[in-house]
Design a protein around this ligand. Structure first.
Ligand code: MTE
Ligand code: MOS
Length: 820
């Protein structure tokens, strides 16, 4: 076992404890960035002037009437920028644009003594526009060849040969929209300048180091002149990975020019109309199956709807391409990716980061094709799960393939899948207007940043003379429980009780050059760094203790604040006594820790390599009931088995799984972004600007019966204390909800009906899907390019086929040319 993953006796990691700030969250005492405003004197408030066109040149801006509004102090425009007028890392996001690229785009910002004055004055700024044609949909963008950034191509094997060999070939299209992050705390920044000209920005950001970098660029300063702190976020979900930078820069610029603190906080409508969302995707696909329903070939072109600027669209697309096969072995694969430029907000990271958009392609294909193949969808999925020795289309071996099968068996077993399938058949036979269905879907999600350089983390651990410990690390807390885990890691590595350790807010002047807290890697990277720092201190303390015990330093033990030694009869030393002695012996009691993930390699030009440290695995079983008159539905029961390695903090992990699943279910079933696509004067305006029109999941959408288990015997060798990342992967477990709805809708039609279900599967969408089944027109919108001469239904085995049989199937010789 590696020293990184090995746990000592009595570790604090693995204990089920509440989130470190849970009581502060629920009592309202937890401070968020904007809560600092009332504690700060003479704060100015910022409000944007937003474009009323989706695409236009700004020909004139007149501010005199606005400046006359009482309380207005200054209006920030491009002329005020001392450095680079750009808010992004790709230099395609002017902070003050002369060409507005989406409806709601900020043109300039008003600073005033009160928020009301700033808002009123913003309404009095007169802007002249020269309207330009706007592209609102990904299909319009494809037709106009409006693309931006890289166009990755991933290939393995020979798809043409695969289609030749296939008994069944189908093709079709699939398009779905994005998702609003709807973090409870909207974007916020508070900037101040001290007597030395040092800029201090409190920002709700997942990536303080990059916020610092962008602010420095805009202001024409060096990084050491700008400090960014993030106390915590009221949710980020990827939406605060890159988007906070421009808002922080506006606040900082305003603060420098006025000498007063500047606060910028978007209200919900500003946030929804200005900040980026999850990318919608369009895909065209062609798939080949053999006579037994094994996937032989997949060809796809996937195009993301990126909005006006690149932002994180390239890495999001790369992850989509790398997850197109989800958990299934496909010998021959050819995928092209494109990024559409549209006149919308700049779409960005969102939990899963393109992974879900890629995985949906194959899950949608399997859901639509299973009935056409005459095989149960659960059976089709299980039959295609990865087996031993198989590699992903980009060439990484799926070493933990057996965990997929184990999670599958456990989720189906604990949910009584086979029995319920029979009960559902009986129920459906006797209920004409209500149908039920049960579906099961797997998740295999790669952990690490695709860009190798980001896979590093840092920490600063301070031990005081009295034995108390203060830790800093490079990660940010957004509710996911990273700080809780880091406290547990430090307590474990130092051998002290949890109460001995405190954690200080994330700041760029404590730990520099950090990566975004993203890609679910927060605990892996910062945990490695915290552990490293603690171990440096422990190694320095060992000789001090060894002297007392008269033993070899290696024989000293640290356990819950008690220091003892093997083979010594001397009294154990309290931890605080040891740290005091160490101080007087002039032993350094603080350390900077560092960690980088080893063994990663990735070639983005060929889309090959082993970009992921490991895969997180999971399986969800979901049962739904659909009403035939309205399309309304209920989620009756969900069973999840998810692989978090040896959990660092089981309560936190279960919370992440439940939350991720519900957030995914929201996207699958309710949440719908609607832009005005008409040619009218409001073309490009986001029509769903608030919770009144953008429907979020709430308690009533929770599954009536919800069971989450952590996969057992899941130690992860080579990751901090044997754990795995958990933040994003569970979102994709929610695919099971959509697949269950698809099957329930199909149950209104004759046997073998294949249903093309829109995403989100709103009650209306489900109604139209079941209506197509009922009217006997359900071919899933799939073209049948090739069918076996005498289409025999594929022998459908029991969905709970024994593992041994599945392994045997996987060991069949693979088609020629199938290995990279
Ligand atoms: N959980 C909560 N409560 N709030 C969040 O904003 N963000 C998710 C996930 N879980 C999020 C969350 C996303 S997008 C990521 S990448 C991870 O948490 C980031 O944190 P981690 O790397 O510490 O898992
Ligand atoms: Mo998460 S989408 O990687 O911030």
């Amino acid at each position: 076992m590696s020293s990184l993953s090995q746990r000592p006796a009595n570790p604090v990691v693995g204990e089920s404890i509440p989130h470190e700030a849970a009581s502060l969250h629920v009592t309202g005492q937890a401070l968020y960035t904007d809560d600092l405003v009332i504690r700060t004197k003479d704060v100015l408030h910022a409000w944007p002037v937003q474009s009323t066109h989706a695409h236009a040149l700004v020909t004139a801006v007149r501010v005199d009437d606005a400046l006359a509004v009482p309380g207005v102090v200054r209006i920030l425009t491009a002329d005020d920028v001392p450095g680079v007028n750009d808010a992004g890392v790709k230099h395609d996001e002017p902070l003050f644009p002369s060409e507005v690229m989406f409806h709601g785009h900020a043109i300039c910002w008003v600073l005033a003594d009160t928020l009301d004055a700033a808002r009123v004055a913003a309404g009095k700024v007169e802007v002249d526009y020269e309207p330009l044609p706007a592209i609102m949909t990904v299909t319009e963008a494809i037709a106009a060849e409006s693309f931006q950034g890289a166009r990755p191509h991933m290939e393995r094997g020979d798809v043409a040969a695969g289609f030749d060999e296939a008994a069944h070939v189908f093709s079709g299209e699939f398009e779905f929209k994005g998702q609003e992050h709807f973090y409870l705390e909207t974007h916020a920044a508070l900037a101040q300048v001290d007597e030395n000209g040092q800029i201090f920005i409190q920002s709700s950001t997942q990536h303080p180091s990059e916020t610092q970098e962008i602010v420095a660029h805009v202001l024409g300063l060096a990084s050491h002149e700008v400090t960014v702190q993030c106390l915590r976020m009221g949710g980020g979900f990827g939406g605060k990975e890159m988007q906070p930078h421009g808002f922080a820069a506006i606040a900082a610029l305003g603060s420098i020019l006025t000498g007063r603190p500047v606060r910028l906080r978007l209200n919900r409508t500003l946030d929804m109309t200005m900040s980026g969302k999850r990318h919608g995707f369009h895909s065209e696909w062609k798939v080949g199956f053999d006579d037994d329903g094994h996937l032989l070939a997949l060809e796809a072109t996937i195009t993301s709807d990126a909005g006006w600027s690149l932002d994180l669209s390239e890495p999001v697309l790369a992850r989509a391409v790398c997850h197109i096969e989800n958990a299934y072995w496909i010998p021959n694969v050819s995928v092209d990716g494109r990024i559409a430029r549209t006149n919308k907000t700049s779409q960005t990271a969102f939990r899963g980061f393109g992974g879900p958009q890629g995985m949906l392609v194959i899950e949608d294909i399997l859901g639509r094709c299973a009935p056409l193949l005459g095989v149960d969808p659960a059976e089709l999925r299980e039959r295609n799960l990865y087996g031993p020795g198989q590699t992903t289309p980009y060439g990484q071996e799926v070493t933990q393939w057996e965990r997929l099968g184990r999670a599958w068996q456990q989720a189906c077993g604990q949910g009584g899948f086979a029995d319920r399938q029979q009960e559902i058949e009986k129920f459906n036979a006797t209920h004409e207007h209500t149908k039920r269905a049960i579906a099961v879907t797997p998740v295999k999600f790669g952990i690490s940043f695709n860009l190798t350089a980001f896979n590093q983390g840092g920490a600063l651990v301070l031990v005081y003379k009295d034995g108390s410990v203060l830790i800093n690390h490079g990660g940010t807390e957004m509710g996911q429980g990273l700080h809780t885990k880091m406290l547990q890691v430090a307590a474990t590595a130092l051998g002290v009780p949890l109460s001995t350790v405190r954690l200080a807010p994330t700041r760029t002047d404590k730990v520099p050059n950090t990566s975004a807290t993203a890609a679910s890697s927060g605990a892996d990277l910062n945990g490695g760094a915290v552990k490293n720092a603690c171990e440096q201190i422990i190694e320095r303390l060992r000789p001090v203790a060894a002297q007392h015990f008269g033993v070899n330093p290696a024989d000293v033990r640290f356990d819950h604040g008690v220091v003892s030694a093997i083979g010594s009869t001397a009294d154990p030393l309290p931890w605080a006594e040891l740290t005091k002695r160490a101080y007087f012996q002039r032993v350094q009691l603080s350390a900077a820790g560092y960690y980088r993930t080893e063994g990663l390699h990735w070639d983005s030009s060929t889309m090959t390599g082993s970009p992921f440290k490991y895969f997180a695995n999971g399986v969800a079983v979901c049962e739904v009931e659909v009403d035939g008159f309205t399309g309304a539905y209920q989620t009756r029961r969900v069973d999840i088995v998810h692989d978090v390695g040896d959990s660092l903090s089981p309560l936190v992990d279960i919370g992440q799984i439940e939350g991720g699943f519900v957030q995914g279910a929201g996207w699958m079933t309710l949440e719908e972004l609607v832009w005005d696509e008409s040619d009218g004067p409001r073309r490009g305006r986001l029509a769903t600007q608030a919770a009144s029109t953008y429907k979020l999941p709430s308690f009533s959408e929770m599954p009536q019966d919800f069971h989450v288990s952590l996969l057992e015997q899941a130690h992860e060798e080579g990751a901090v204390y044997g754990s795995k990342a958990v933040g994003e992967p569970p979102l994709m477990l929610a695919f099971a909800v959509r697949e269950a709805l698809r099957q329930a809708a199909a149950a209104f039609g004759p046997d073998g009906a294949s249903v093309d279900l829109a995403l989100p599967a709103t009650p209306e969408a489900v109604y139209w899907a079941l209506e197509s089944a009922r009217s006997g027109q359900a071919d899933g919108n799939v073209r049948r390019d090739k069918a076996a001469v005498d289409p025999e239904p594929i022998p459908g085995g029991h969905p709970m086929r024994p593992e041994s049989e599945r392994v045997a199937a996987a060991e069949q010789p693979q088609p020629a040319g199938s290995r990279p």
